[in-house]
Design a protein around this ligand. Structure first.
Ligand SMILES: *Cc1c(COP(=O)(O)O)cnc(C)c1O
Length: 461
């Protein structure tokens, strides 16, 4: 049996700065637009929703942004997270490739999401905010913000997509343990929710709807702000600690990845591991190939349009330029709840549009196959979302087996699947179905995209 190799950084080596890829990209990011005027929004437009420190990060072009001491003090509980060489998986595959993975499942909520939840809770508390509203799909983001909110004395008000609220009582119990308030979305608490329930009393909800509800409530009260767990620039920024640590750990291993792989829902764990490596590539220091893996059932990067679109169903958020399936898109109820968003982070979309990352998609059954193979070899049951990254890594490793090339592959294990055992039960019982979004339906959803004259915006590339 091969010995497992673990690369652990001392606490003193935890990064002190986040990395902002906007400073190194060939073109500046396209600005978010006011949904009414289609003109770039100003930082003040965002002030009802986000604390100023977060808004400054959202538009920053600085390469390095300091991680506040109190944030580092909390992250220290599980960071630096370990990086492993997946020796037993390599052996099971019979590949000459070396496979490494960064293990973000060691956080108290079981995923990478507390990396940004802690930072966002800190900035809100600093600016005197008392309550934060948010949405959650599968429950990981709500869990992470509930945890972070309890650490900074904030009330956390979570709108949980109805289908998950019914299917995942343990996630809800987790949030409530930390004192968070959890409402099934769509709900009677907001105008958006009431309008949708009036049309469809049995609506199973979507992330787009839950975002509208959370934003609507936050905009109504001065002591309340809104928080998003993915997609936005500042969220991606807070996740770059993953890749920064991984660079140092690959150095400990006396190795460097030829390929970096992560799954993409809104894009934050992908950006977290890949952007620091891409920064080195963009600055001419070291080349790397980057692969984004999404589910075939919600294929924004591989089948969506790269266009300005709304971030939510109720059309309350600014327009951002991203890969999108259209804001009316309600993905089928497949198991990777964290990958069910209609859009993609603008920075991840830009990186893909500029040819810096290669998007791929896989079906859920083949991803669970990969996840189970990983669990048997490495001893960790991966989150359904993370199985997409594992599938991507196995495909690369098997390509190496064919070509005889001994590539170094690094993927991000974004979380564990211990709250998702129902999905594994369904998989084992053969109940999981593959679902490819029909091109015709994608085309229909995209026909409703807002019309934006990009030439008239002026800024960006
Ligand atoms: C939320 C989540 C994802 C997807 O979100 P990203 O912003 O794309 O990273 C992936 N994996 C896990 C475990 C998650 O909880």
């Amino acid at each position: 049996m091969s010995k497992q190799i673990k690369f652990e950084l001392p606490e003193s080596a935890m990064p002190k700065f986040w990395y902002n890829i906007a400073a190194d990209l060939p073109h500046p990011p396209m600005p978010p637009l006011n949904p009414g005027t289609a003109q770039p929004i100003s930082p003040d437009d965002l002030a009802p929703l986000f604390p100023m420190a977060v808004i400054e990060q959202e538009v920053s072009m600085e390469r390095e942004i300091e991680i506040p001491g109190p944030v580092r003090d909390i992250l220290r509980q599980w960071r630096p997270s370990p990086l492993y060489r997946a020796r037993r998986l390599e052996k099971a595959l019979g590949t000459p490739a070396k496979i490494y993975y960064k293990n973000e499942s060691v956080s108290p909520a079981g995923s990478h999401k507390p990396n940004t939840a802690v930072a966002q809770a800190f900035y809100n508390a600093e600016e005197g905010v008392k309550r934060i509203t948010t949405e959650t799909g599968a429950g990981q983001w709500g869990s992470s913000l509930a945890l972070a909110g309890s650490m900074f004395g904030l009330d956390i008000d979570v709108f949980m997509v109805r289908v998950s609220y019914d299917q995942k009582p343990y996630r809800r119990a987790f949030m409530e343990t930390f004192g968070a308030h959890c409402t099934a979305s769509p709900s009677e608490r907001t105008e958006t929710g009431r309008a949708i329930l009036a049309q469809d009393p049995d609506s199973s909800g979507s992330l787009g709807i839950a975002i509208s509800e959370a934003v609507e409530l936050a905009a109504q009260r001065d002591d309340t702000k809104y928080s998003l767990g993915s997609v936005l620039n500042h969220v991606l920024l807070h996740q770059t600690i993953i890749g920064e640590e991984a660079i140092a750990q690959m150095d400990m291993a006396d190795d460097y990845p030829d390929v970096v792989i992560a799954c993409t829902g809104g894009g934050s764990n992908f950006a977290g591991i890949a952007f620091p490596f891409l920064g080195r590539k963009l600055r001419g220091e070291q080349d790397v190939e980057v692969v984004a893996v999404e589910p075939s059932a919600c294929p924004s990067l591989t089948k969506g349009a790269y266009a300005y679109d709304f971030g939510d169903t109720g059309h309350l958020t600014p327009l951002v330029k991203m890969h999108t399936l259209g804001s009316t898109f309600v993905p089928p109820g497949f198991h990777s709840g964290g990958l069910r968003y209609h859009g993609m982070a603008p920075l991840v979309s830009q990186v893909v549009a500029e040819g810096l990352a290669r998007p791929t998609s896989y079906h859920q059954v083949e991803c669970f196959d990969a996840g189970v193979q990983f669990a048997k070899a490495e001893g960790i049951v991966p989150a359904p979302e993370s199985t997409h990254a594992i599938k991507g890594a196995i495909v690369e490793a098997l390509k190496c087996k064919e070509s005889g090339e001994a590539k170094t592959i690094l993927f991000n294990l974004s979380g564990h699947g211990y709250f998702d055992m129902q999905a594994y039960m369904d998989y084992a019982a053969g109940k999981l179905k593959d679902y490819a979004y029909p091109d015709q339906e994608v085309a229909m959803a995209l026909a409703g995209l807002p019309v934006v004259d990009e030439a008239a915006i002026g800024a960006g590339g």
